[in-house]
Design a protein around this ligand. Structure first.
Ligand SMILES: [Fe+2]
Length: 232
């Protein structure tokens, strides 16, 4: 088979990326990462693809990533996996939403994750990595396939990084999380971020202006066996 099928849906006023992920383009089982808003559109997309949503994975509990968790979970019966530190936010969403957004429905996650777990859901193998810094409990999901891909929420963007000025944010911590990902996975690993376009670890490692200090600490990509700079 051709490998992982990842579909992006940019939703809501903050333009957050929700992803429907399945083992390949003919798989009938799928999961959804960060259903942030527009539940009807996400459910319609799942219908159109002919997939059943078996799980909802949450990278972190900023409102723009969780606004559609409850309606999607209720409509599909999918169980929700949430960072343990941020579970109380999902369970009481509107206490954390800035004026002018929502309303969103709270949800009690069935599963909590701290990082270090391995999940087998919707026929996919997933490694859970603790990547704090943008938010205190932030998780990155590494989905295994012919090539492993990262669903990394608001850790790393194309030419940018997650903001660190919200409660629990911290730049040295976020920089360390990004360094962990760069050291754990090959340069050509595709990154599906929570905002903006798809990128690769290698591209960001070489060109992201926020990673200039980190680049000094890392060996050059050309010196890393088997890791070629990403072309874009
Ligand atoms: Fe965020």
């Amino acid at each position: 088979m051709s490998g992982l099928d990842v579909r992006a849906f940019t939703v809501g006023p903050v333009q957050e990326n929700s992803y429907i992920v399945r083992a390949d383009a003919s798989a009938r089982r799928a999961l959804i990462v960060d259903p942030g808003e527009e539940p009807e559109r996400l459910l319609g997309a799942a219908d159109e693809l002919g997939v059943e949503i078996e799980a909802i994975l949450v990278t972190h509990c900023h409102f723009d990533h969780i606004g559609a968790v409850a309606p999607v979970a209720q409509a599909t019966g999918a169980e929700v996996y949430c960072p343990v530190i941020e579970r109380p936010v999902l369970a009481d969403v509107m206490s954390w939403v800035p004026p002018g957004f929502g309303p969103f429905q709270s949800y009690e996650a069935e599963h909590t994750l701290a990082g270090g777990e391995r999940l087998r859901v919707a026929g996919l193998d997933i490694e859970v990595i603790f990547t704090p810094g943008h938010s205190p409990g932030h998780l990155t999901y590494a989905v295994s396939g012919p090539s492993t891909v990262l669903l990394s929420g608001d850790v790393l963007f194309q030419g940018s990084v997650g903001r660190v000025d919200l409660p629990g944010g911290d730049w040295p911590t976020l920089e360390r999380s990004i360094e962990d990902l760069i050291r754990m996975f090959p340069s050509d690993t595709v990154v599906y971020p929570g905002h903006m376009g798809v990128t690769t670890l290698g591209r960001e490692r070489e060109t992201n202006p926020f990673l200039s200090e980190l680049r000094v600490r890392l060996p050059s990509v050309s010196a890393t066996p088997g890791a070629a700079p990403a072309k874009s």
